[in-house]
Design a protein around this ligand. Structure first.
Ligand SMILES: Cc1ncc(COP(=O)(O)O)c(C=O)c1O
Length: 362
């Protein structure tokens, strides 16, 4: 049924027999930078690459400060903590997301509330959010996510949050290189977070980053990621229960080599998306007007759940790796009891959406 689609996807990857969903892109620079780091002996929590990487990411994203973290999940947990999310609080997020978003909320002892997404952006719907907030005044924070790199309607979401006095935390794990107008994602919430997991547009092996336009909050975040140690040449004193969340220098060295490639990777991913869009037409999920996605993971829509299963089977059988959208969070055992709204759009997307190979060829 989908032979032509398989042939087209394969043609984008030099007709290779096996095509992964996403692969990291490395060359000699990663070897040079990590070797320099190893030779310096500063491979752990102290070293110049972490600061360099933080400054580079902050400049690229146009935020005042970036604080490196061991991974995106912990960065999101810390972001929520920094915004005052505590045990028993409620946090609105979207059901169509990677589990890390819901888990980070749960780590705070808080309860995720799953509110529907838009069909086109695949991210939290500002209208659905407003309807929920109108009826419930006990929500502490809102944590939308920029799905597969496509920016959600974050300006409208921020407007709703401001009007209802709820703090906004942006899960930008998938959206490094994605913009709303000229503004990088991660500038709209009180805190934003990135992931540098191996499957992301650039990787540090494992890693994450907190994005801030509030310098004081950034200072405190850095303090918490380093065991809340009070700086002193030899004394060990700590003024809070901190975390060992600082990104190791070795990972940041890899990150610096990857950072050099970010504009090229973004350009090539957008070029691949253009070719997919031309081929798949209306089936292809494009970024919306006024936004510019990094096209981290390309997505197409099948006609229905049955067709989705056939597409997944045929492509994976042919060695072309594809995968469905995540099972909605509210269906998972741990989050079944959580409050939701109707989730019609999220269910519509879960039934149809498939991610297709999105890595950049050398
Ligand atoms: C939406 C989303 N949030 C959070 C994360 C967590 O990032 P990490 O894997 O670096 O912990 C990821 C990805 O992995 C993600 O896709």
């Amino acid at each position: 049924m989908f032979e032509k689609d398989i042939e087209f996807i394969r043609s984008q990857y030099g007709n290779a027999e096996k095509i992964a969903l996403h692969e990291p892109y490395f060359d000699h620079r990663e070897i040079e930078k990590t070797t320099e780091c190893i030779e310096s002996t500063f491979v752990s929590s102290v070293g110049k690459f972490v600061t360099e990487f933080e400054n580079s990411i902050a400049e690229y994203c146009g935020v005042k400060r970036a604080v490196a973290c061991v991974n995106g999940t912990n960065a999101l947990f810390l972001a929520l903590k920094l915004c005052g999310v505590n045990a028993g609080d409620k946090v609105v997020t979207q059901p169509l997301t990677f589990i890390a978003t819901a888990n980070a909320i749960a780590y705070c002892g808080a309860e995720p509330i799953f509110v529907d997404v838009d069909k086109d952006t695949m991210g939290l719907s500002p209208e659905h959010l407003e309807t929920y907030l109108k009826k419930h005044n006990d929500v502490k924070a809102v944590a939308p996510m920029h799905t597969f790199g496509h920016p959600c309607r974050i300006k409208e979401i921020k407007d709703v949050c401001d009007r209802y006095g709820v703090v906004l935390v942006e899960d930008c794990a998938e959206s490094l290189g994605s913009f709303v107008g000229d503004t990088h994602t991660g500038n709209f919430g009180r805190v934003g977070i990135l992931s540098f997991n191996g499957n992301k547009i650039i990787t540090t092996g494992g890693g994450g980053m907190l994005l801030f336009n509030d310098e004081k909050l950034a200072d405190y975040a850095k303090h918490l990621t380093t065991q809340a140690k009070i700086p002193h040449r030899w004394e060990f004193n700590h003024d809070a229960i901190g975390y060992n969340y600082r990104m190791p220098n070795l990972n940041a060295a890899l990150g610096m080599a990857q950072f050099e490639k970010l504009p090229m990777l973004r350009r090539k991913k957008r070029e691949l998306a253009e070719r997919y869009a031309a081929y798949f037409g209306g089936r292809f999920v494009k970024d919306t007007d006024g936004t510019s996605s990094n096209y981290w993971l390309n997505a197409i829509l099948t006609a229905n759940r049955k067709e989705r299963e056939i597409f997944l089977t045929e492509t994976n059988d042919a060695g072309v790796m594809t995968r469905p959208a995540w099972t909605l969070m509210n269906k998972l055992e741990m989050f079944k009891h959580c409050e939701t709204d109707d989730l019609e759009n999220a269910q519509w997307l879960e039934d149809r959406l498939v991610n297709i190979p999105s890595g950049v060829m050398k």
